[in-house]
Ligand binder design. Structure first.
Ligand SMILES: Cc1ncc(COP(=O)(O)O)c(C=O)c1O
Length: 386
């Protein structure tokens, strides 16, 4: 069969592949230890579910405006006012099916053939594949384990050319957990603003930052280049709402209107009940976010602790998100991940994130699951000479 040429440039998301494998094994009755999935194991908070029940009971089940209901766009704007001290208007917000669609809309609206779009590696794969789907060329600047995978402005500035259309920053980063500092973002924003380059900020893990470090990247961007800033985010990770599919993009009014044109011709509005639930999540009590963060911190420390007790597992302690990205004990990360899989432990090979010789471990699983993984890791590690 012949498909459009763009399809030859993209691949299936490696994390979705692992989820499918976990599902397949579970269906055959195998009890896997799934450290591959990138989603909270906590249930969605009760008050959020109650808002969806109430919406259903009141028959809020029809089309809504494609960009999302005003009340929700207002709730997003309000959240950013409270969290980051920035003034956002509802017409600068579009509600999308997760952060993924927010980023995809931005790619469709901003990038085209001949454009270069710079991002940092190791990367969340959809960032790069969406650039390719928009017919542009991804330029990946590498971050390094030796300095905690720090996201540095200088590497982007060096990679800029007259063809550079945009820069995509993911902070906290999936898979490394690294945060971009405010100082680095200020340097990058000044350089991008001077050249008319867009910055797309993937802020999906913004609420999952373990130490109280300043991370107001939104304000820094808005102060320097508001007319070329897009912030993409979602309720998915912060509120344990991955399946509900609620994200948003915040950008200049005209750009958001263009996103709405793309969305209006593809998916239209996200699920109406989800929109009501998301309002409850954004405007309601935030203590569940703190509770989950505290749990993830404990798990991060536990897994990082037992992993690095074997000094051969070189691994940065991440500042955010819920992943560890250690070096594998052999250069072939796919083979190493297969060895773990034979022990019924599912992880994702680094190659899927553009970095061989690493693997990604999600620690958003119950303590008991973490404990079950340890013996399998030890058995695999024993096969390698010290
Ligand atoms: C860095 C990053 N951006 C965006 C997304 C997409 O999130 P959503 O489920 O809200 O579409 C993910 C999901 O794993 C992610 O890791």
């Amino acid at each position: 069969m012949t498909f459009a040429s763009r399809m030859s440039r993209v691949t299936v998301s490696p994390t979705l592949k692992v989820s499918a494998e976990a599902d397949r094994l579970r269906r055959t009755g195998v009890d896997v230890v799934d450290l591959g999935a990138g989603e909270p194991d906590f249930p969605t908070p009760e008050h959020v579910k109650a808002a969806a029940h109430a919406a259903l009971d009141s028959n809020f089940t029809k089309y809504t405006p494609s960009a999302g209901i005003l009340e929700l766009r207002d709730a997003v704007a309000q959240r950013y006012r409270m969290d980051y001290g920035v003034d956002v208007k509802p017409e600068e917000v579009i509600i999308t099916a997760g952060a993924k669609q927010a980023l995809y809309n931005a790619a469709m609206v901003l990038y085209e053939q001949g454009d270069e779009v710079i991002t940092h590696g190791p990367f969340w794969p959809s960032i790069v594949d969406q650039i390719k789907l928009a017919d542009a060329r991804p330029v990946v600047v590498q971050t390094h384990m030796e300095d905690g995978f720090a996201i540095k402005a200088a590497s982007f500035i060096e990679a800029m050319t007259p063809r550079t259309k945009a820069i995509v920053i993911n902070s906290p980063c999936n898979p490394t957990g690294a945060l971009m500092t405010e100082a680095e973002m200020a340097l990058l924003a000044d350089a991008a603003a001077a050249r008319g380059i867009w910055i797309v900020l993937d802020f999906t893990y913004e609420k999952l930052i373990y130490e109280p470090v300043p991370h107001n990247l939104v304000k820094i961007l808005f102060e320097r280049m508001r007319d070329k800033t897009v912030v993409c985010n979602a309720a998915s990770k912060a509120y344990a709402m991955t399946g509900w599919r609620c994200g948003w993009a915040i950008g200049p009014k005209d750009m958001i209107a263009q996103c709405n044109v793309v969305q209006g011709h593809s998916t239209s509005n996200i699920n109406s009940l989800t929109q009501k639930a998301a309002i409850a999540a954004l405007t309601g009590p935030q203590d569940s976010v703190t509770m989950m963060l505290n749990e993830y911190r404990k798990r991060r420390d536990a897994v990082h602790g037992w992993l690095t007790a074997d000094p051969r597992f070189v691994c940065v302690k991440p500042g955010g998100a819920f992943y560890l990205f250690p070096r594998t004990l052999q250069p072939d990360d796919v083979a190493f991940v297969r060895e773990l899989q034979a022990e019924l432990i599912l992880t994702v090979p680094g190659v899927g994130f553009g970095r061989r010789g690493h693997l990604r471990i999600s620690y958003c699983v119950e303590d008991e699951t973490i404990e079950r993984a340890l013996p399998g890791f030890e058995r695999v590690a024993k096969r390698y000479r010290k």
